[in-house]
Design a protein around this ligand. Structure first.
Ligand code: OGA
Ligand code: MN
Length: 280
């Protein structure tokens, strides 16, 4: 296994492993260690069946089944499809998902630990994914800001995100809304395995800071989001078909970028690893 850094603050690439084969305990433990240490892992040139993708992701923990069941279009409900492609007149995946800074399923009481995203079909240009280290972002804040925001909490809202991101679609059903009530999480989060602190912010899903006036809340979130996503804490992944990216949702954010969705198709499969505790 060959490990090289992707950027100063976040990510490593691992070469020399084949995820279609069952990994031995020691190799998998090393992947877990690298994920805790670097928050993001890229493994390129993979050729995975849906079953192999699910089996690899399952090593990290239980897998989340997404509430948007219409995008679970493979035989494996653990795979959430992101795509602009249509088959038999229907979208096979959620298009324009994650086109804002976020961490996956932060709107759950127990948000997801991590995600394993596999590129099946990618456009030749565009559709890069940006990742940022919220640990590095926290570290770089001045002492006064750290002290001020440390006790704060935020409301995370899936229905709020959905209404903003997908305003042109039919709204969430009663059942989907009931499955995703708003939740409150700390603005500064402790990584349960490393003990490191990180900002826990995001655009759109993170609706407001509890206890602040609306303008003050919006200004603080805008400032922290801008800070957390600056180039110095970020990595831009330029996809090739066969890439697998694993990220830690407990200490990173990510964001999709646009592409020419008329000329090209993009098909991404995501397995999402359930979290094990409420953020603290
Ligand atoms: C995701 C996501 C970004 C992208 O899979 O969770 O936000 O570029 N993806 O597809
Ligand atoms: Mn995402």
């Amino acid at each position: 296994m060959d490990v090289t850094p992707l950027s100063p603050k976040i990510g490593v690439e691992i070469a020399g492993i084949d995820l279609s084969q069952p990994l031995d305990e020691a190799t998998f433990a090393e992947i877990r260690r690298l994920l805790n240490e670097h928050s993001l892992i890229a493994i390129r040139g993979q050729n995975l069946s849906e079953a192999e993708h699910v089996a690899f992701a399952r090593r990290f923990g239980q897998l989340q089944i997404h509430v948007l069941k219409q995008f679970l279009t493979t035989p494996y409900p653990e795979l959430y499809v992101l795509s602009n492609k249509r088959e038999a007149g229907k979208p096979i995946g959620n298009h324009k998902e994650g086109w804002n800074w976020h961490s996956d399923l932060s709107y759950l009481e127990v948000p997801c630990l991590g995600s394993v995203l596999y590129a099946r079909e990618v456009p030749p240009v565009g559709a890069d994914t940006l990742f940022s280290s919220m640990e590095a972002a926290w570290e770089a804040l001045d002492a006064e800001t750290k002290a001020k925001i440390r006790p704060l909490k935020c409301v995370h809202s899936y229905s709020g995100y959905y209404a903003k991101a997908f305003a042109d679609r039919t709204p969430l059903t009663e059942e989907q809304r009931a499955a995703t009530p708003d939740v409150v999480h700390p603005l500064v989060r402790t990584h349960p395995e490393t003990g490191r602190l990180s900002l826990y912010v995001g655009e759109d899903v993170v609706k407001e800071v509890v206890g602040l006036e609306p303008e003050e809340s919006a200004a603080l979130l805008a400032r922290l989001n801008r800070h957390a996503t600056s180039d110095e804490f970020s990595h831009r992944h330029v996809w090739r078909q066969g890439d697998v990216i694993i990220w830690d949702n407990r200490c990173t954010m990510h964001k999709a970028t646009p592409y020419d969705d008329v000329a090209y198709t993009r098909v991404m499969h995501r397995a999402t690893i359930c979290g094990t505790e409420r953020p603290f």
